[in-house]
Design a protein around this ligand. Structure first.
Ligand code: GAP
Length: 422
């Protein structure tokens, strides 16, 4: 069985060192989590798998690693300053704040009161001060999506890598949202990671590419251990579309708390490249931040044959790393009945995602000969660059196997008295 509820996963994650609440010794902080020794390996493996499938397997996709601190003008032109908000309500009885669109029957989720304020927009972007003077004259946003730096680097990448349509720019990195109600473990957090591809295509070919990318992403998730029957596609209706989207298909996964978005695949049209090309005068931009700054760059690409300039359309598969980790852990979590009231937990991860690739376990603790053979073998395996190999010198084979079952290690090698140095 896969995990029936989130508590099983949260407990395994803490017990085995995958994920901890951030700042737990001080009571934690809502919407923030830290990845422990095994979590960081799993997360890195997932990101590597995405990177490989995007960049190494496609000569027309390039990588990028751009800054997190974002110039406010970028997020003004992108539309985030004006529109990136959720509707918030306050409860007049207990003062709790909630998202209006997530209320159950118009009642406060904390105390059940219906005495709520009118909803008002709450911008989700975090602001921070830049430089030594904290008087509001100079600030930056923590990026709410990695995508904008892809758009603002469009010309740099095209000029330095001689790309022609269709081609993509991919990036993995942190994004920040001041969620009103972070919840469900690492599903909705305030600091998370995204794996985003902006795939630039000829206008007119966008709808066909949109369909292709939805299918490619489903295939990729399946390779990570998320079967098609745990997924549903949701064609986002017009009234729910983000301000930049002409059409979005959400890849919905059956998380322990319900069917929710794992990844969105959007047709962003030429909205972003067009906005960042616009003259600043066309927008009503607040003067203190934007002084002397405007984009003079034309974010377009020349068709080599016709010499015509084209502002490409963009197809954007955008996946959350943390939601990916949660879905993969949920799928992999199995409890096996051993009879006589005994059971064991086995994490059936795809081997390429496993935090530990192999454990070498000497039968007897601190036996010089066995530990020497085990340690030589560990070094040899480590040199193959498979990932992390562990030498378990605990002397308790049963315990060692149980631990590695629970953390999804595909291979355990016991060194016994018949083992020889090779
Ligand atoms: N660039 C497009 C974009 O950011 P989005 O649907 O807002 O679109 C993309 O986010 C993905 O990022 C989501 O499908 C989800 O996996 C992840 N994500 C968004 N907000 C998140 C949050 N608060 N916590 C964890 N993951 C989140």
């Amino acid at each position: 069985m896969t995990a029936k509820n989130m508590d099983h996963l949260v407990s395994l994650c803490k017990r085995r060192g995958f994920i901890f609440q951030s700042g737990e010794i001080y009571g934690g902080m809502q919407g923030m989590y830290d990845y422990g020794p095994l979590g960081v390996e799993l997360k890195n493996n997932l990101k590597h798998s995405w990177w490989k499938s995007m960049i190494y397997e496609n000569d027309n996709i390039e990588g990028l690693d751009a800054s997190i601190l974002s110039n406010p003008i970028v997020l003004k032109y992108s539309g985030h300053e004006d529109t990136f908000s959720d509707p918030m309500v306050d409860c007049r009885s207990c003062n709790a704040r909630s998202r209006d669109d997530q209320l159950d029957g118009g009642k406060c989720p904390e105390c059940g009161s219906s005495d709520l304020t009118e909803p008002r927009p709450f911008n989700l972007m975090f602001k921070t001060n830049v430089g030594p003077i904290d008087d509001g004259s100079s600030f930056a946003y923590l990026r709410p999506e990695t995508a904008q730096q892809i758009f603002t680097n469009f010309k740099n990448v095209v000029d330095s890598s001689s790309k022609s349509l269709p081609f993509g720019i991919a990036q993995i990195g942190k994004a920040f949202r001041n969620e009103i109600t972070p919840r469900n473990f690492i599903f909705r957090v305030r600091e998370f990671e995204q794996m985003e591809l902006e795939f630039f295509v000829e206008p007119g070919s966008d709808e066909e590419w949109h369909k292709k990318w939805v299918q490619k992403r489903l295939d990729w998730w399946e390779e990570q251990g998320i079967p098609a029957d745990s997924i549903e596609l949701y064609n986002v209706p017009d009234e729910e579309l983000a301000h930049y989207s002409k059409g979005t298909v959400d890849i919905m996964y059956k998380f322990p708390h319900g069917l929710e978005e794992l990844e969105g695949v959007a047709n962003r049209t030429d909205f972003d490249l067009g906005s960042h090309t616009k003259n600043q005068d066309e927008l009503n931009i607040s003067a203190n931040v934007m002084k002397n700054k405007s984009s003079n760059t034309r974010l377009a690409i020349q068709n080599i044959e016709t010499k015509e300039w084209v502002v490409p359309y963009v197809i954007e598969p955008s996946a959350g790393v943390d939601r990916g980790v949660l879905a993969i852990m949920n799928e992999a979590y199995n409890v096996e009945d051993l009879g006589e009231g005994k059971e064991r937990t086995v994490l059936k991860l795809k081997p390429h995602l496993s935090p530990v690739k192999a454990a070498v376990i000497p039968l007897k603790k601190n036996n010089e000969e066995l530990v020497k053979i085990a340690s030589d073998l560990k070094s040899k395996l480590q040199k193959l660059n498979l990932g992390r190999i562990i030498l378990e010198n605990t002397g308790n084979i049963g315990k060692g196997y149980r631990r590695h079952d629970e953390i999804g290690t595909p291979l355990c090698i016991t060194i016994d008295f018949d083992s020889h140095r090779g």
